[in-house]
Every structure is written in C-alpha cells, then in structure tokens.
Ligand binder design. Structure first.
Ligand code: SF4
Length: 276
C-alpha cells in the first residue's frame, strides 16, 4: 500500500467514517487520537465517555502498550511493526479507536469486557478471520488465545511454517457474543465497515476464513462451509480460502486432515513449499 501523508491519512480515515455512517453505523463515539509514536509508555486519558464500562485493545505486532482506565474506550497495542512513520500502524490505530468506542450492538456492548480489534503485522500478506471473540479473548483483548489460539498457531507455524507474528488475525465482530453464540447477521453487518477498513489498510494478498460464519459473511454468500472449502474465492484483489474454525477442530479432531488440505491449497496459492 502506498505510504500516506498525514493529510492523506486524515482524508482516508474521514472517508472510512463516512462509509460507516452511510452504512448505518451512526452511534459510535469518536475517540481522541492516540499517540502514534513507536514508544508510548504512559497511560493516555480521554474525555469521551462510554455507555458501558469497556476497554478496547488493538494488538498489532511490533509496538508497546497504551492503556486507558475504564470506563473510557481503550486502545492498547502490545507490539506494532514500524513506528510513527508507518502509515498503516497509524491508520489501524485510528480504526481501533473507533471500534473501542463503538456501541452499535447493544447486547454485545452490555456483555463485553472490552473490544477485540486484531493482532498481527500491519503489512501481512495473509489475514486470518474468525467469527468473534470468545470468553478468553474478551478478557485478554486479543483474538485467538487459549486452546483455539494455540491450535491456530500450530496450523500457521507447524503447518504452514510461517511465524504467527507475520500474519494478521481478526474477527467478523469485535465484541464477544454472550454465551459464545454465533454473531447475528445484523451484528456482522454492523461490524463489517470496521472489517473492510482493516482489510483496506493491511491490504492482504491472501485471506483464510476460519469457519462458516467468517466465510459466509466475508464472501456474502449463504453456502455451507463444505461448499466453500476447496475453492479459491476472492475479496477484492485478495484470494480467499475457507477452512474449519480451530474450535471446531478441537471438538472434531477427525476434521484436521481436511483442514490440512485447505492449508495446503492456501500454501500453493501463496507459493509456499508444501509439507507432506
Ligand atoms: S461487534 Fe462491532 S459493530 Fe458491534 S458493538 Fe462491537 S465493535 Fe461495534
């Protein structure tokens, strides 16, 4: 992606915000800009109140933490590649700020501990998309932690033999659906502008959808995961491969061999050497 000047960045983000408003997301709160310096060590305070005690977190590989006390929306980044000169970092943090202050989905806002923006390399060629944060993700503010996260890490690092830190990972919705239910189509639609904006900034060449919720929502189709697997789809210029969600694989270990076939398809598309 072309490096953006500060003026261009402001224009791009204002366009994102206009897109959000045009798509019906009217009630998110505009959080103040966070310090985009590479090293941010002190807590940042902000005046914008949140309707619910909430904390938001953008975990983008390469940068140190920023945290704000509840009830204000919080963006904390543990590791961002690049620094104040990296336009993608700045753009992602601005989107994460909007996510942190979003109150679009009343039930999710009422039950979330914090928003879960995404984690990984802003320059990643490959983005993994799941359905939504679970209980542990909600507590830690990071997608794919716990047992599902460990399995995803194994799929990436042992299966594909690329470092997890080199990919970007996010979800269809950025707030935990209570009881780990599936996000509704309305919630997915409400959060879609944030997903599209994130993907516009990261500009991946490849996307791997984890589970049917991620696949059908990203691709805008009603098909079953079985119908979507084994085929290379597209999202803009990115090639999209669909496979099982790691949580499903933990419950159904016999499906791992099919998931491995899906990863091999992805690796072939990416030009990575296939194992086994
Ligand atoms: S899921 Fe997305 S749209 Fe809904 S409240 Fe959370 S951040 Fe906002």
């Amino acid at each position: 992606m072309e490096k953006l000047s500060k003026t261009s960045l402001n224009y791009v983000l204002s366009e994102y915000l206009n897109d959000l408003k045009r798509s019906g997301v009217q009630d998110f709160q505009r959080a103040p800009r966070v310090n985009t310096d590479r090293r941010v060590s002190s807590a940042a305070s902000q005046q914008t109140p949140s309707p619910q005690p909430t904390r938001g977190r953008a975990t983008i590989s390469g940068e140190s933490s920023v945290s704000r006390a509840v009830p204000s929306p919080t963006v904390s980044s543990s590791a961002i590649v690049g620094g104040s000169g990296d336009s993608r970092v700045a753009e992602l943090r601005l989107i994460a700020d909007q996510v942190a202050g979003c109150s679009r989905c009343a039930e999710l806002v009422a039950n979330r501990t914090q928003t879960v923006f995404g984690v990984g390399d802003p320059h990643a060629e490959l983005v993994f998309i799941g359905e939504g944060p679970g209980a542990e993700e909600d507590l830690r503010g990071e997608p794919f932690v716990g047992r599902s996260g460990k399995l995803l890490t194994d799929m990436i690092e042992k299966g594909m033999r690329v470092p997890r830190s080199s990919v970007f990972i996010c979800n269809i919705v950025r707030c935990r659906p209570p009881g780990n239910r599936n996000p509704t189509s309305e919630e997915a639609a409400a959060c879609r502008p944030f997903l599209d904006a994130t993907l516009k900034v990261v500009a991946p060449k490849y996307i791997c959808c984890l589970g049917s919720i991620a696949a059908t929502n990203l691709l805008g189709v009603q098909s079953s995961l079985g119908q979507l697997r084994g085929v290379v789809h597209s999202y803009g210029d990115a090639k999209v491969v669909c496979t099982y969600h790691p949580a499903y694989l933990l419950r159904n270990p016999s499906a791992k061999k099919d998931a491995w076939l899906d990863l091999q398809l992805l690796m072939t598309e990416m030009g990575l050497p296939r194992q086994g």
